[in-house]
Design a protein around this ligand. Structure first.
Ligand SMILES: NC(=O)c1ccc[n+]([C@@H]2O[C@H](COP(=O)([O-])OP(=O)(O)OC[C@H]3O[C@@H](n4cnc5c(N)ncnc54)[C@H](OP(=O)(O)O)[C@@H]3O)[C@@H](O)[C@H]2O)c1
Length: 330
């Protein structure tokens, strides 16, 4: 019988989501081949929706939220993992359909785990987390479609957030000229320190635009959707491509098809939840190579489980910059 451990558990009562921090034991954990001591998780936009109950993220209550986690293998019935192995997991329904990372211990399917690359540790792996994996998957998708740094500037929207900041940093490290769309002009210095060349005020991208605007961007990574994505497409070069991975502004897209049919622009969808293992491993290896530890540390703050609920409101209000790692032992 294992020692009890600390977990955040979401309950649903009278159509309200109620988070509570409880002491539980391993028998409560879902089935799986690998037990992991969780060193860190992270607070993503989707976690904020789950914890506040403001989005239909959680499919069955009670649940431990946290869509990603990193830590050390305690035991495994799968021969791919041994006690002491450093591992991480993102997506696969963690914190949505099965218990996630906001607990000191987790039990998961072996196929969900990726070894933590040797250049990262558990904390930096969660500084990257789902947001950074998604940012890298966007870059890989754009490059597979033919984008190169020589073609011109790449625009990143929601640049102050987790996906946006890490997308900007990855692109800049890869030699791309990066333009960052943000609604927070006060983040200019911090974004420039990541290698961003141009700051574009969000208000400029929200204004009504013509179906085709002057061609500014060779490519784009969009974390917000809505009018801003439509404008990015209208401003993309002939033959350029844009990766859409988020909806922080809106799930709708109010544009025309003219960028597609008159400029050969491509819109590429990116999801990180069920991305196959080999693609994940390639993305994590590249993340570990390109993102400097100092860059990750500068973008990250660490919080305890008791701080998560309040910060979730801040995330949804768009007031958080960079990444929040969650220490379940804190
Ligand atoms: N496809 C996937 O697998 C996947 C994976 C991870 C995340 N996502 C999605 O990607 C999006 C971003 O995630 P995140 O973790 O980066 O969230 P985040 O840290 O909360 O960042 C979102 C950013 O979007 C901008 N924003 C917020 N509200 C906005 C609005 N009304 N209009 C325009 N811009 C707005 C803000 O940036 P500024 O203040 O700089 O403007 C904010 O910092 C979310 O929709 C999330 O669900 C998808």
């Amino acid at each position: 019988m294992s020692e009890p451990f600390q977990a955040m558990i979401l309950h649903r009562e009278d159509k309200r989501t109620i988070p509570s921090i409880e002491s539980i034991d391993e028998s409560r954990l879902p089935d799986g081949e690998v037990v992991v001591d969780v060193a860190y998780s992270s607070l993503n936009y989707k976690d904020a929706l789950a914890v506040t109950g403001k989005g239909k993220v959680v499919r069955s209550f009670p649940i431990v939220p946290g869509i990603d986690l990193a830590g050390t293998v305690v035991s495994s019935t799968d021969p791919s993992f041994r006690p002491g192995d450093p591992v991480l997991a993102t997506g696969w329904g963690l914190g949505e359909t099965t218990w996630g990372g906001f607990a000191q211990r987790a039990r998961l399917k072996a196929g969900w785990l990726v070894p933590i690359p040797s250049r990262l540790d558990a904390k930096r792996a969660m500084a990257v987390g789902t947001a950074g994996l998604t940012a890298m998957l966007c870059v890989m998708r754009l490059e597979a479609a033919g984008l190169t740094a020589e073609q011109g500037p790449v625009v990143v929207t929601g640049a102050g957030g987790g996906v946006g900041s890490l997308a900007a940093a990855i692109l800049a490290e890869g030699g791309y000229r990066v333009a960052a769309v943000t609604g927070r002009p006060e983040l200019g210095d911090s974004l420039r320190a990541l290698g961003v060349e141009t700051i574009v005020p969000r208000s400029e991208m929200e204004t009504t635009h013509r179906p085709l605007e002057s061609q500014r961007w060779a490519g784009g990574i969009d974390a917000v959707g809505g009018r801003i994505l439509a404008r990015v497409l209208a401003e993309t070069h002939y033959g350029g491509c844009v990766a859409s991975c988020g909806l922080a502004a809106s799930p709708e897209m109010t544009g025309t098809v003219l960028p597609f049919i008159l400029r050969n622009v491509s819109l590429l969808g990116v999801e990180s939840v069920v991305t196959p293992f080999e693609t994940r491993r390639e993305a994590w290896d590249r993340i570990a190579r390109v993102l400097a530890p100092e860059t990750l540390d500068r973008l990250t703050r660490s919080v305890s489980l008791s701080e998560v609920s309040k910060l979730a409101e801040e995330v949804l209000a768009g007031r958080v910059h960079g990444r929040i790692v969650v220490d379940p032992s804190g």
